[in-house]
Design a protein around this ligand. Structure first.
Ligand code: NAD
Length: 257
């Protein structure tokens, strides 16, 4: 499988799943654009490391995915792309009657609206190039709900709906749009939830992992960032040409329950 000559933008890719997806796309030969809202030497070093390891072009572009203009500016600064992976996301856990409105707004902006803006900006470039792949990193929470995650679950269900709509609008073009729905993956985002969950449930770290997180995941194992990267590469392969408007669960059986 070679993606040589293709350019991929991966939002929110200086850590976790985004970085894993960027690495697997680069391994398959794609040039990659990494992104987050920071602009540190470490961010640029990540891109340089990928370029050196995989022999592709890699750069880092700062853009705050909570702002629509910045999302569109990212695509412009990259000169468009062939592959767009909407991955940037944040989480906040609280009962709905105690859920801060500012957190709701931030989650909807970063986890949902950013994809509207990047897709709108990227599609004209894909049409010009005659090929495009949009991969939205949704979640098992795009298909099912959990308590205390109102904004996250709403945003992820929204992403699944957006995926279907974009797929229909591009159905007769050489462009596909799909969502990957991971179960739990041990990334900084999940690490950060553990203390809140410990407080909410009055449990130890080990019990939160076993009884709250992996309780829903029948495999009782975390999915890995490499598996999510591999699934993204598959969606960019010729075998996936007729796969559009759908969700692929990488969740150890969670949504089969
Ligand atoms: P993470 O915290 O490791 O990574 C999130 C990334 O988004 C980081 O690179 C961060 O810098 C970036 N980001 C956050 N706010 C941003 C902003 N305003 N602008 C630009 N970038 C921003 O988390 P992760 O677990 O790798 O999550 C990545 C995606 O995968 C998210 O959309 C998340 O909802 C989804 N997901 C994660 C899991 C899991 O178990 N980890 C499960 C299902 C879905």
């Amino acid at each position: 499988m070679t993606l040589r000559g293709k350019t991929a933008i991966i939002t929110g890719s200086n850590s976790g799943i985004g970085l894993g997806v960027a690495r697997e796309l680069a391994r398959a030969g794609a040039d990659v654009v990494l992104n987050s809202f920071t602009d540190s030497p470490e961010d640029h070093a990540l891109a340089a490391g990928i370029a050196a390891e995989f022999g592709v072009k890699a750069r880092y572009i700062k853009a705050d995915m909570s702002k629509g203009d910045a999302c569109r500016a990212l695509v412009d600064a990259a000169g468009g792309c062939d592959i767009l992976v909407n991955n940037a996301g944040i989480q906040f856990v609280a009962p709905i009657d105690a859920f801060p409105a500012a957190k709701w707004d931030a989650i909807i902006a970063i986890n949902l609206s950013s994809s509207f803006h990047t897709i709108a900006a990227a599609l004209p470039h894909m049409r010009k190039r005659g090929w495009g792949r949009v991969v939205n990193i949704a979640s098992a929470h795009g298909l099912t709900a959990s308590p205390y995650k109102s904004a996250y679950v709403a945003a992820k269900h929204g992403i699944v709906g957006l995926t279907k709509t974009v797929a229909l609008e591009t159905a007769q073009e050489p462009i596909t749009c799909n969502a990957i729905c991971p179960g739990y993956v041990l990334t900084p985002l999940v690490e950060a939830q553990i203390p809140d969950q410990m407080k909410t449930h009055g449990m130890s770290r080990e019990d939160v992992i076993k009884k709250v997180m992996l309780e829903r995941q029948p495999s009782r194992a975390f999915a890995t960032v490499e598996q999510l990267g591999g699934t993204t590469v598959f969606l960019c392969s010729p075998a996936a040409e007729q796969i559009t408007g759908t969700t692929i669960s990488v969740d150890g059986g969670w949504t089969a329950l």
